[in-house]
Design a protein around this ligand. Sequence first.
Ligand code: NAD
Length: 252
Amino acid sequence: MAGFLDGKTIVVMGVANKRSIAWGCTNALIEQGANVVLTYQNDRIKTSLERFVPEGTDLIECDVAEDANIEKAFKEIGDKYNKIDGVIHAIAFADKETLTNGVINTEKEGYDLAQNISAYSLIAVARYARPYLNNPGSILTLTYFGSIRAIPNYNMMGIAKAALESSVRYLASDLGEDQIRVNAISAGAVKTLAVTGIKGHSDLLKMSQGFTVDNVSVTTEEIGNVAAFLMSDLSTGVTGDVIFVDKGVHLM
Ligand code: NAD
């Protein structure tokens, strides 16, 4: 059956395990016919990925903490594929202390780390992916409602997500001339490794589920399906946008 991503090559950054939102995206992309290239943070994650990704999937190392790593990863991808059609950035990190202690106690080091990995890295990814992206091309990142509301314990990550969403708008403007779209999905809370780093995450997940329109939390498959649409030429009219995929939590 023909898929709407037939013939497209998409880079997905941020699969850590089968619960990852990036893994939901990967499956949806493959279902629509895309060839997917995965990047991973370190050898530990690579070993985990090798246990479940389809045989033959390209795995490229990319710790986004340093620009040089991002540049190298996209050069490696460009050398192999020449052109790619999209990039999904599903990466975030803040150290536990910074997340736990409240925004008022956030120190510069923790602030910088969270901003670097969770927000700045999108800018660097867009810059180093740009030479290899087809026109039209698409870049997508993942954000959360804690960017615009003070969600208990989300703290520093909310600040980083606000910067990330603003970056989406400016990058969309910068890359418009290349017909490269830049968008974010604001996903509902899903139990992943990243979420378990948040103090009281069980309460956050319960609260989020309670605010959905049908009392059923959004799944990584549902998020992945919207990601697939945003990677496709069906979405050439959408850029600089933050699209909620949270079963209506943001309405409440
Ligand atoms: P996850 O833990 O499965 O994925 C986070 C990924 O970030 C991991 O693969 C990790 O290796 C990667 N990462 C962290 N530091 C990195 C670095 N220095 N270099 C390269 N990669 C690095 O969790 P997830 O929930 O799937 O998170 C994916 C994205 O979705 C994040 O941006 C997160 O903030 C966002 N998000 C999650 C939820 C949720 O409820 N889970 C909701 C909204 C948005």
